[in-house]
Ligand binder design. Structure first.
Ligand code: KG4
Ligand code: ZN
Length: 352
């Protein structure tokens, strides 16, 4: 079974072909990131316009790289939520049109669920990917950490899962992005905080961890604590504007703040993951979403949990379409319902 996946929920236009849920035959990602950097975040209108320009060449490339013609494709899968409305529309309308004109079954995919399925990709002949040796086993604890989500989910099996807890305010990636902006570091914040943190002291500052119910997170408190800390560092009071902090902080201060924030934000996730591991005793633990490419998360998690974790390639943690196609393969195998190519609608606020 070969599925063409399409993903356009944010600023990446992506298409990929995956065979049998584990073999990645192609993985094409065109990002409009360069156009957003000057604004310090993704501009929805620019993202949508870029998708329109990129989508057909990206799909063509995904088929070519996989050495597939349309006859070799058994179904089409597309992300229909959560995400930016204008961005999702481009992928969904393209997938619907192709499903009709090429007469293929259509699967609609939840973006956040798809992130988890990056962990089921175990084979590829594409260069530059380090794939895990085997697929995760159930029950599986999934730590989903992206720009829009921070969730702990217990999967008993495919399509049988419970949400254990989630963020009550900012997602962890969003907090990284906001703290980076305060420090004058480029978007996206996760990698630029990691870069700055490399020359800082993670114990320089003790930032508070929010007290939440057992498996829920909060990243808004630590983010505000960073603002107060940065203001204090330059001898200013609470009304000093966050947009002017960067020019007053030294490189060493920025590095120490970045390292301390990164440690605490990641510890917040790892502490809860450890609690869930101890309570539910899963066979496997997986990480998913853009923040899963964080080396600090991988380091802390491996130190905290007693089982070996097969981390996905960082390139498959950020948005891509191979994860979308992989999940669709399992949906098709399990005879899950198909989407109608005549009526599939986007769901920008789709939840797990
Ligand atoms: O999953 P993703 O690509 O898009 C969403 O679905 O949100 O995640 C993007 C988020 C951004 O907030 C970015 O700062 C964060 O993932 N991120 C990282 C790293 N790479 C991306 N955070 C920490 N460390 C990284 N290496
Ligand atoms: Zn994502």
């Amino acid at each position: 079974m070969r599925i063409l996946g399409i993903e356009t929920s944010c600023d990446e236009t992506a298409a990929a072909v995956v065979e049998d849920g584990n073999r990645m035959l192609s993985n094409v990602v065109a990002s409009s990131m360069d156009l957003h950097i000057q604004y310090g975040g993704v501009v929805p209108e620019i993202a949508a316009r870029s998708h329109i320009e990129a989508i057909l060449p990206v799909i063509r490339q995904a088929l070519d790289d996989a050495r597939c013609s349309w006859d070799d494709i058994d179904a089409i899968a597309v992300t229909y939520g959560a995400g930016l409305g204008g961005s999702l529309l481009v992928g969904v309308m393209t997938a619907r049109t192709l499903a009709i004109t090429r007469a293929k079954p259509l699967y609609c995919i939840n973006h956040v669920e798809a992130h988890v399925y990056a962990n089921f990709l175990t084979e590829t002949s594409l260069p530059g990917f380090k794939m895990p040796a085997r697929q995760p086993k159930f029950p599986m604890l999934a730590i989903i950490v992206s720009g829009g989500h921070s969730q702990l989910v217990l999967f008993r099996d495919h399509f049988d899962y419970s949400l254990l807890g989630q963020t009550q305010d900012d997602a962890v990636g969003e907090a990284f992005d906001k703290v980076a902006k305060m420090l004058g570091l480029p978007y996206p914040g996760g990698p630029s905080i990691a870069h700055a943190a490399a020359s800082g002291d993670p114990e320089a500052f003790q930032l508070p961890k929010a007290r939440m119910s057992k498996y829920d997170f909060s990243f808004s408190g630590p983010k505000t604590a960073v603002l107060r800390l940065a203001q204090a560092q330059i001898g200013e009071t609470h009304d000093f504007p966050s947009t002017k902090l960067a020019e007053r902080l030294s490189e060493a201060q920025k590095a120490d703040i970045a390292a301390s924030f990164q440690r605490v934000a990641i510890e917040t996730i790892v502490d809860k993951a450890k609690l869930a591991y101890d309570e539910f005793g899963p066979q496997s633990v997986v990480i998913a979403g853009g923040v899963a490419s964080s080396q600090e998360l991988r380091r802390q998690l491996s130190a905290a949990l007693p089982l070996p974790i097969a981390y996905p390639d960082p390139k498959l943690c950020t948005d891509n379409a191979a994860m979308v196609a992989a999940l669709a393969c399992f949906k098709a195998q399990a005879d899950q319902p198909q989407a109608s190519p005549y009526s599939l609608a986007i769901e920008p606020n789709l939840n797990m």
